[in-house]
Design a protein around this ligand. Structure first.
Ligand code: SAM
Length: 284
């Protein structure tokens, strides 16, 4: 039986985000802020189709969020270009990789992603979810390293560039530099997993973590992605941030914070949100 038919049977023909594969990768409320961003852009662009470039798509939760927002706020006009490797990218130590032969530890995101990518399940699930959302014609798939893909996009311009790929410092620096070049004036550069801004953490410690994906900040005692924290600060200074989702708007050749207060709150159908998000407010 083909993987697509298995997925179809498991998911009852609907988009499918299995918990074991960390199908919903971000804190659910971040998808609400992403939708509010599209609401803002749709107002600014007044009926023009919106072009969105996403770096890091995994099994499609963020891509379907953009598509849902385009339907809701932009009369369905626009497209989402999705860049992902859909291949293992975090170095999983051999002793942990061996665990993949048995049940996966529920908390090990890196290992689950490694196994799913290696088996081709991640890309199959992305394809399946895009098809089930009826979005085939509005998604452009760019399967390669973001460094190569973004550099090859030449003079393309996007209304929104979303950065959620490799969270290590060098990769985020590179993705931000390309995003600044590829976003049109008035457009938005945004991203995921900014748990803390640089002024909130031990800066010297953060700057030394050039190869880390995630670790604990000695100053606050909390987990964060040092590569995202450092690269965002270098690229923009302090940014507007909502629960780990950050965004900046290109004004002229510079970038300014964005206030999402008062924007509509909508939870996309594929994202389970149990908290009350009746208001959007900046968090840091
Ligand atoms: C955190 S996940 C993305 C989650 C997704 N945005 C969502 O909310 O559903 C990170 C993704 O980045 C991809 N990735 C990692 N390194 C990459 C690279 N160099 N180029 C493109 N994609 C990359 C991984 O394959 C993975 O799917």
């Amino acid at each position: 039986m083909s993987l697509d038919r298995v997925l179809h049977a498991l998911a009852g023909g609907k988009p499918y985000f299995p918990t074991g594969l960390f199908g919903i990768q971000s804190a659910p409320e971040r998808y609400i802020y992403m939708q509010a961003t599209v609401h803002l852009l749709a107002q600014i662009r007044r009926g023009q189709p919106l072009r969105i470039l996403e770096i890091g798509s995994w099994v499609g939760a963020s891509a379907l969020t953009w598509l849902d927002a385009l339907d809701r706020y932009a009369e369905g006009k626009g497209e989402v270009w999705c860049c992902d490797l859909w291949e293992p990218y975090l170095e999983v130590p051999p002793e942990r990789a061996a665990q993949a032969l048995g049940p996966l530890p529920a908390e090990d995101v890196g290992l689950a992603m490694d196994v799913a990518a290696r088996a081709g399940v991640a890309q199959a699930l992305f394809d399946y979810n895009v098809a089930r959302a009826g979005a085939n014609g509005r998604v452009v798939q760019l399967k390669s390293d973001s460094g190569k893909v973004l550099a090859s996009l030449g003079g393309e311009q996007f209304d929104l560039v979303y950065i959620d790929g490799d969270h290590r410092m060098g990769a985020v620096r590179r993705d931000i530099a390309e995003a600044k070049r590829l976003v049109r004036r008035g457009g938005i550069v945004c991203g995921d997993d900014l748990e803390h801004q640089l002024h909130e953490v031990d800066e010297a410690f953060a700057r030394a973590q050039t190869t880390a994906d995630w670790l604990v900040d000695p100053k606050s005692g909390q987990g964060y992605h040092p590569g995202v924290t450092v690269a965002v600060a270098e690229g923009f200074g302090r940014v507007s941030a909502y629960g780990g989702y950050w965004l900046m708007r290109r004004v002229g050749d510079g970038f300014q914070p964005v206030d999402l207060t008062g924007r509509p709150v909508h939870v996309p159908a594929h994202v389970p949100v149990d908290a009350d998000f009746s208001k959007l407010r900046p968090t840091i």
